[in-house]
Ligand binder design. Sequence first.
Ligand code: NAD
Length: 359
Amino acid sequence: MTSKLLILPGDGIGPEIVAEAMKVLNVFVQEGSFSMETEYAPIGGAGYDAEGQPYPESTRRLANASDAILLGAVGGPQYDKLDRPLRPERGLLALRADLGLYANLRPAMLYEELASASSLKPELVANLDIMIVRELTGDIYFGQPRGIETLASGERRGFNTMVYTESEIERIGRTAFDIAMKRNKKLCSVDKANVLEATELWREVMIRVGKDYPEVELSHMYVDNAAMQLVRAPKQFDVVVTGNIFGDILSDAAAMLTGSIGMLPSASLNESRVGMYEPIHGSAPDIAGKRIANPLATILSVAMMLRYSLNQAVLADRIEKAVKTVLTQGYRTGDIYTEGMNKVGTAAMGDAVVAALRA
Ligand code: NAD
């Protein structure tokens, strides 16, 4: 089967790192283990430059016809003064909403070779491998009513609404249980059920969904404790499922445990398992064009794409193994460089992964 891929290089270092990820996919195409049709389209600042919109109509049409989307990054200082609806990040939000990408998968992995980059003691984080599953289209970010009003006293009052329906919780719950089944069959659901009714319902539905997955060991943790446990003993976690706002915060904290923003991929999936795959970092305008950006987060995003949207777990495993191999061989871009290692640029790192795949 030929996979239809949409490639959105975006802004800043986006085109540089996406080029390396495509080298990796082309290895599989050349050896005959993968078949793809690719389209390229602008998004973010590049969309604004090309067509006056961060999510151009032509990009939207291609996105809706794809099996999976690979994105570099969007944003840059030259776009910061645009009206809000025209800013690069709006392109990403529009794409997420358009495709109904409700499940955000954020792995926090730390290869043993990079354990010294973490701010935690190496023994606490070496070989860390957590998957945070964050609900992405509900919760207090979207709940109504919301706003800022002026009270009779003249004082202003800001308010938002935390809201989840049973079907929204069940949908993200099933996604998380399915992922747990493919990993170590351990799932921790994070809520604040002792204080917030919306998350009391969350816990109730998670327990109900769990009955369909008797092999998965389901545990529950309050979000404040989860934040503490993440920095105290992060390796106790395997798959974590949580709502939009808690997931926003916990997934960034988990990412920083690894100390290497240039290494972490992410996925956002919809109900048909069409997904958008992107590194968690931004467009790094400070190093754009210098050919020194780390392409490994984008290469690992391709591995996630193969695993979660394209049903090619074997190829995904091969990429992840190849990344480990190049780290063991001592290849390092500047962001993960330590004394005595082999410092390389973006293209040389991509080439090293290609060589490891072919070895
Ligand atoms: P950033 O992630 O772009 O950069 C933070 C720091 O990490 C910088 O010093 C950068 O050089 C470094 N860095 C990031 N990725 C790297 C890589 N692959 N290799 C080596 N070093 C890397 O965050 P920022 O500086 O806060 O934001 C820059 C722009 O990116 C802004 O316009 C922001 O809105 C945008 N942004 C986009 C996304 C996205 O596309 N999903 C995410 C976050 C930020």
